[in-house]
Design a protein around this ligand. Structure first.
Ligand code: NAG
Ligand code: NAG
Ligand code: NAG
Ligand code: NAG
Ligand code: NAG
Ligand code: NAG
Ligand code: NAG
Ligand code: NAG
Length: 336
């Protein structure tokens, strides 16, 4: 009896050890460094309800926690998405400890404040960065240019100030820049021409940007360009041309001033908003040949007859009203 007890105990211990090692290697996918980083992020965010599942007494396998994804092969956390919460904190520097992060999304966190932290530099694999609808303030930091793997950058709907850093031009495969709805100032950096091979989606609308669109942008074939509601001025003809494939062009509510008749309109164009600028000349005949889904040239200084044909008469008169001397349908102004 005295000798049997240890044997039973030993068997039990072996069984338990075996069982838990199976659990560790087969079912607990989470890497301990990621788990530690996540728990420190949770703490820095003041244990928000959003992260209630990040709790080792509920599950030690952090790959099963909410608001993140683990890579199916390496089991490292590659995507962190915190959204729709009134959590009140800065972006925790501990996010930089999730070394294998490729996607970071901080979406609709209105009470998240403070700057974009330098700890993002410790995330060399980051390719998708979305921080939108937050209370973040301060500049778009120059150091973002060091995140060489970025392809998508969305910093829209925040309270960011200062210029668009020209360092973004150093991110070779950056294909999306959306910094709309902030309080950005300064000019659009000409250096961004280095991104010309990326069919760039470029949205800087609703800011306080000034100056002209860089002449070098002639070389860029944008997929989408949105400059609306800034204080930009000058010519836009460099963005047009027979070779361009840009479908969406929104330039409304600026101070652009150029002769519309002289634009070389490309056939891929489907949406064009030039409203509330100082555009003069006539509406180019080439617009008749396009599959236009949206057009607005209202509140400019245009003159002459609205070309007849294509989609041009299918838009209502508000597409054309408040110009200097436009005439013809759908305006009820007869041409002289
Ligand atoms: C983790 O979960 C347990 C059990 O549900 C709970 O008692 C504990 O307070 C939680 N810890 C944290 C840090 O949320
Ligand atoms: C996690 O990040 C914090 C702040 O950046 C740092 O002080 C800490 O040493 C890091 N922990 C680990 C385990 O790397
Ligand atoms: C979030 O911010 C708003 C406005 O600043 C404030 O009224 C509210 O109390 C904050 N919520 C939390 C949970 O801190
Ligand atoms: C960028 O990502 C690729 C694959 O996603 C990886 O091979 C490469 O090492 C990354 N670059 C850096 C600087 O980490
Ligand atoms: C960036 O985020 C905003 C706000 O959520 C969204 O409306 C917009 O479509 C996003 N931009 C891109 C290019 O995905
Ligand atoms: C248009 O493309 C052709 C062929 O790729 C090129 O030779 C020409 O210089 C381009 N024209 C303009 C105005 O970019
Ligand atoms: C064109 O823009 C003007 C000015 O913003 C606006 O009042 C009008 O409704 C717009 N028309 C169309 C068809 O979108
Ligand atoms: C002509 O259009 C204007 C708006 O541009 C409208 O106020 C007016 O009633 C129209 N007149 C006729 C005769 O349709």
């Amino acid at each position: 009896m005295a000798k049997m007890l240890p044997v039973t105990f030993l068997i039990g211990t072996i069984f338990l050890a075996f069982h838990s090692s199976v659990a560790d290697s087969k079912t607990v996918k989470c890497h301990p460094e990621d788990r530690e980083a996540l728990l420190s992020i949770k703490k820095a965010l003041n244990n928000p309800y959003l992260l209630a599942s990040w709790n080792t007494s509920i599950d030690v396998d952090c790959c099963k926690w909410y608001c993140l994804k683990c890579d199916p092969t390496t089991h490292r956390v590659y995507d962190l998405y915190l959204q729709n919460s009134d959590l009140s904190a800065k972006i925790p520097p501990e996010i930089g400890n999730l070394t294998y992060l490729r996607e970071l999304e901080l979406h609709k966190l209105p009470n998240m404040t403070g700057p974009i932290p330098t700890s993002l530099l410790r995330l060399p694999y980051l390719n998708f960065l979305r921080i939108d609808w937050t209370g973040l303030s301060g500049p778009i930091p120059d150091f973002l240019g060091q995140l060489k793997n970025l392809t998508y950058l969305n910093l829209s709907f925040n309270k960011l100030t200062g210029p668009i850093p020209s360092s973004l031009s150093q991110i070779p495969n950056l294909g999306t820049i959306d910094v709309g709805r902030n309080q950005l100032t300064g000019t659009i950096p000409a250096s961004l021409v280095s991104l010309k091979g990326n069919n760039l989606y470029f949205k800087v609308s609703h800011n306080l940007l000034t100056g002209k669109v860089p002449e070098s942008f002639q070389e860029i074939d944008f997929g989408w360009i949105e400059l609306s509601r800034n204080r930009l001025e000058g010519d836009l003809s460099m963005l047009f041309g027979k070779n361009k494939t840009t479908q969406i062009m929104f330039f409304d509510r600026n101070m652009f001033e150029f002769d519309f008749s002289k634009l070389e309109i490309h056939s891929a164009l489907t949406s064009l908003d030039l409203s509330h600028n100082k555009v003069y000349g006539q509406i180019p005949e080439a617009l008749v040949g396009l599959e236009l889904q949206y057009l607005n040239v209202s509140y400019n200084r245009l003159c002459g007859q609205i070309p007849v044909g294509g989609r041009l008469q299918s838009f209502d008169y508000t597409t054309y009203f408040h110009n200097r001397c436009l005439c013809g349908a759908p305006l009820n102004i007869t041409c002289p």
